[in-house]
Design a protein around this ligand. Structure first.
Ligand code: NAP
Length: 355
């Protein structure tokens, strides 16, 4: 612990909280608000086995939106409490420690990082200490080695496990999950096609992430026709990130025993369930004996070690790449969250809070 002068220090920390729930639509400044809290660095204000963290990076993920509806909405994630600080996956630097396992300057990861500039964190909430000089960039720990990388790995490696030559389709293909899922399927020798929301992203996933082909779903609006064109031999695996009309179109093109890992349905998150797109052709699942399976990462934590080892290996050998969209400053949270529901981003969305 620091000296007397240090102990007197009080930090001002801006933090985001939920002022009111947003049952539908993209949450806005009526729902999400920022305030300034004070945080003491005095010796006796930091409990044992706790540290004070300065937040470096925050992971902005679509599931956060599902915790702001104020009701159960299908993902079965607990709702954030009103007036409480929002929490997310994040990377922080220890600036004060009351735990002999952590020293000032350590860089750590926590899945329950407050959306705040600083916080007092229990050591138990820290999942990993990272070496900033090991050749992996710090934001990669919440991208390739974080929620989207793990979701792509579970969807492709664990649930779909496609054979070489399989026809694989991935929606939201240039986003966090999509860019890794496509690259993993290519590493398994599959033919991989993606859909995404701009020509720039179509180019990117073909040129940088090795997709065999891709289409801009804002331009090719007849999804059924597009899938006929890109999948003349049908679809063996569909990693669904968007749900709705795209899922329905896919079901008209599935091959016998196709696998559909349901990762998420972002096209439906801002609607109450009665307004969501209905899928009319589920009967195809029966005739084609399709395996469609929803999954949540929390159920696969026993595989996290395997995942991290494999992905770090791919990264070191240059077999997998990332694009990370960085918003600068804690005040950008609202904008960054809203951006997930547009086609304006490329890659994984994060906030850099401090250098
Ligand atoms: N099951 C799990 O444990 C788990 C874990 C992580 C993520 N997920 C899910 O995986 C999906 C992708 O997450 P991510 O973090 O990788 O996000 P992301 O793809 O980086 O960002 C969301 C993307 O979705 C697309 N999108 C937004 N609104 C859309 C709409 N109405 N119709 C079609 N596409 C739309 C946009 O890309 P384009 O429009 O340009 O394609 C946007 O960039 C989400 O559904 C998320 O909930 C699930």
């Amino acid at each position: 612990m620091g000296g007397v002068g240090e102990e007197m220090r009080v930090l001002e920390s801006r933090e985001w909280y939920i002022a009111s729930y947003a049952p539908q639509g993209v949450p806005n400044s009526d729902h999400l608000k920022i305030r300034t809290a004070k945080l003491s660095l005095a010796l006796n204000s930091i409990p044992e086995r706790h540290v004070v963290l300065e937040t470096l990076f925050l992971s902005v993920d679509p599931y956060l939106r599902s915790r702001m509806t104020g009701r159960e909405d299908g993902l079965y994630l607990p709702q954030f409490n009103l007036n409480e600080v929002i929490i997310a996956f994040g990377v922080g630097r220890v600036i004060k420690s009351n735990d002999t396992n952590y020293s000032e300057g350590d860089i750590v990861i926590s899945p329950v990082t407050p959306l705040a500039e600083y916080c007092v964190a229990s050591s138990q909430s820290i999942t990993r200490k990272i070496d900033p000089h090991c050749g992996i960039s710090t934001p990669e720990y919440i991208s390739l080695l974080g929620v989207p990388g793990f979701a792509a790995w579970v969807g492709i490696e664990v649930i779909a496990d496609p054979k070489p030559g399989s026809n694989v389709f991935i929606s939201a293909a240039a986003g966090g999950v999509g860019m890794y899922a496509g690259q993993l399927a290519k590493l398994k020798g599959c033919r991989v096609i993606g859909s995404t929301g701009s020509d720039e992203k179509v180019r990117l996933i073909k040129e940088e992430f090795g997709y065999d082909d891709a289409f801009n779903y804002h331009k090719e609006k007849d999804f059924d026709a597009a899938l006929s064109k890109y999948f003349p031999n049908g679809i063996d695996v569909y990693l669904d990130n968007v749900g709705g009309r795209m899922l329905e179109a896919v079901l008209n093109h599935v091959n016998k025993h196709a696998k559909i890992p349901l990762c998420g349905m972002i096209s439906e998150y801002n609607k109450v369930w009665t307004e969501r797109e209905g899928v009319r052709n589920l009967l195809n699942l029966v005739g084609k004996e399709v395996h469609m399976q929803g999954f949540m990462l929390g159920s696969y934590m026993d595989r996290f070690g395997d995942f991290a080892k494999e992905m770090e290996g791919h990264l070191k050998h240059g077999k997998i790449g990332s694009k990370i969209k960085i918003f600068h400053g804690i005040d950008k949270f609202l904008e960054s969250l809203g951006s997930l529901f547009t086609s304006c981003n490329i890659g994984k969305v994060v906030i850099q809070v401090k250098e």
